[in-house]
Every structure is written in structure tokens, then in C-alpha cells.
Ligand binder design. Structure first.
Ligand code: PMP
Length: 284
């Protein structure tokens, strides 16, 4: 695979970044994970907009215009010739010194990696997954708003370690008041009292691109859709639960902390939305 770094392409084995890059030293940068479906880059505008918002929030000026960065992503897709796959777009603070001062980093680095995508096992989409609640709380909005898709994923990684240690696939993350925020790498939805509910972004849930599509598709189906603040109790007592993400798409959840969700099988509304999502992708 050919990797884009600051306007040039390098074979993967030669695609190197300086160890003085603050992305490497401090996780100082932002990124996006984007899907390629049917030789098309999926929801590119939305991802680029979110990238620029993340960059703005950390005071990082992306050295290319939105149109230029879109062109670079398209070029990286073309050069690598993958009809389906994944694009990782990264903008770091750039090369500086060993201190944290971003002013010492005159030029942000832009990296675009295109590759195949690692998915959850297919069987999980049929039988649904089991998740646990992590004891690691989601980073508070007041500390580092998780809506910023930053290169610092340690908070998520600590939760993912808890999931893996418990033999689960994903970890549900709560805020300091016990409100459900999201999972370590996915947004969460519950279906309860005939309403599709997802945590509001104001408590730190990522404004997921897949989350946005699912909310629109559900509304088109005439479902009542709400962004709310709720606790684990509402998850345990929901009729259905599923996760959304660029890599995961929509995946049913059938057990949370050992409690069966609904009848312990992927729910009807979840199945309907999975089908609608697949059709939406095919139409593009
Ligand atoms: N939450 C977190 C923490 C994520 O990292 C992601 C992306 N993997 C999501 C939610 C889902 O967002 P999207 O649908 O934009 O991929």
C-alpha cells in the first residue's frame, strides 16, 4: 500500500514520521476513519467537516483547504486501487522539540493511510454481541471533549482492555454521573418504549457519522428518535440495543453486564435499520 505523507506517496515500509512529531510524542493531532464502499469514499464531506472541527477545537490549523484535503484522500484511494476498504486520515501538530508547546511545531503533518478493514466477525452480526460496562469513565467534556476525535485514545483503550479481559467485544463508557456516553469505539443506541434513543453529544458522545445516518434512516421509517441523557438502567431494561461506527456499521448487542437485552436475540428494529443501512450504502 502507498501512504500519503505531506503531499508525497511512500511505500508502507518507507512511510515514516519523525519521532519529534508531536502526534507521536503527545498524541497531539486529530484523525478520521473513513470507509470505501463500491469504489466510493463514503461520507467524505462529513468526515472532512468533523476533522476540521476537531482541529479547530485543539487550535490546529490544517495546512490544506477542505477541497485540497478531499483531493488528497481521493488521490490516495486511486493510487491504492481498493474498491472497498478503509482510509485513515491524520493531521498532527507536526515536528517540534521535546516540550509540549505547539508553537514550536511550525508545520502540521498530514498522513493518509488506505488499507483493508478489520471488522467484527460476521457471526456477531447474526447472533449479536455481548458488552460490559467499563470502570474507566469517559474523559469529561470539561477536560478534553470526546467530540474532538483526537489522536489520544488512551481513555478508550483502557476501556477496551477491560472488555477484552472480560471476554466481551466492546466496553460501555459512562460519565462521572453514571450517564451512558458511548462505547470505546462505537456509539450506542437503545430501543425502549417505542423510541430509538442515543446519548446526546453534549455529554461527550462522539457525533458519529454512522449515528447520524441511522437517526435519519429511523426517522424516514417513522420511528420516534431522541437524543437523551440516560443511565445503565435504561440500557438493561431496553427492548433492543445496537452499536454504530464506521468500521462496525450497525451491530446488535444482546447482553450488557450479563443482563439479556429484550429476549436475548437481535431485535426487529435493529434488523430493519441494518437492512436500511445496507441499502443506503448500495445506492451510493
Ligand atoms: N465513538 C468513538 C469513541 C469512536 O472512536 C467512533 C469511531 N470509531 C465512533 C463513536 C463512531 O463514529 P463514526 O460513526 O463516525 O465512525
Amino acid at each position: 500500500m502507498q501512504v500519503y505523507i505531506d503531499g508525497k506517496f511512500f511505500p508502507q515500509s518507507k512511510a515514516n514520521i519523525s519521532v519529534y512529531d508531536h502526534g507521536f510524542l503527545y498524541g497531539d493531532g486529530v484523525f478520521e476513519g473513513i470507509r470505501i464502499y463500491n469504489d466510493n469514499i463514503f461520507m467524505l464531506d462529513e468526515h472532512i467537516n468533523r476533522l476540521y472541527d476537531s482541529a479547530k477545537a485543539i487550535g490546529l490549523k490544517v495546512p490544506l483547504s477542505k477541497a485540497e484535503i478531499k483531493d488528497a484522500v481521493k488521490q490516495a484511494h486511486k493510487v491504492n486501487g481498493l474498491k472497498s476498504g478503509y482510509v485513515r486520515l491524520i493531521v498532527t501538530r507536526g515536528v517540534g522539540n521535546l516540550g509540549i508547546d505547539p508553537k514550536k511545531c511550525p508545520k502540521p503533518s498530514i498522513v493518509i493511510i488506505v488499507n483493508k478493514i478489520a471488522l467484527y466477525p460476521v457471526a456477531l452480526y447474526k447472533k449479536g454481541m455481548e458488552i460490559i460496562t467499563a470502570s474507566t469513565q469517559r474523559t469529561p467534556v470539561s477536560a478534553l471533549n470526546p467530540q474532538i476525535k483526537s489522536m489520544n485514545y488512551l481513555n478508550n483503550i483502557l476501556a477496551k482492555i477491560e472488555a477484552v479481559n472480560a471476554g466481551a467485544n466492546e466496553a460501555l463508557m459512562l460519565d462521572s454521573s453514571g450517564n451512558v456516553v458511548e462505547c470505546s469505539g462505537d456509539n450506542i443506541f437503545i430501543y425502549r418504549n417505542d423510541t430509538l434513543i442515543t446519548p446526546t453529544t453534549s455529554i461527550g458522545a462522539l457525533d458519529g457519522i454512522t449515528r447520524g445516518i441511522v437517526m435519519k434512516l429511523a426517522e424516514q421509517e417513522g420511528l420516534s428518535v431522541k437524543e437523551l441523557i440516560f443511565s445503565k438502567y435504561e440500557v438493561y431494561t431496553s427492548d433492543e440495543c445496537f452499536l454504530t461506527g464506521t468500521a462496525a456499521e450497525l451491530i446488535p448487542v444482546v447482553k450488557v453486564d450479563g443482563r439479556e437485552i429484550g429476549n436475548g436475540k437481535p431485535g426487529k428494529i435493529t434488523g430493519l435499520l441494518i437492512n436500511k443501512f445496507r441499502k443506503f450504502i448500495e445506492l451510493l
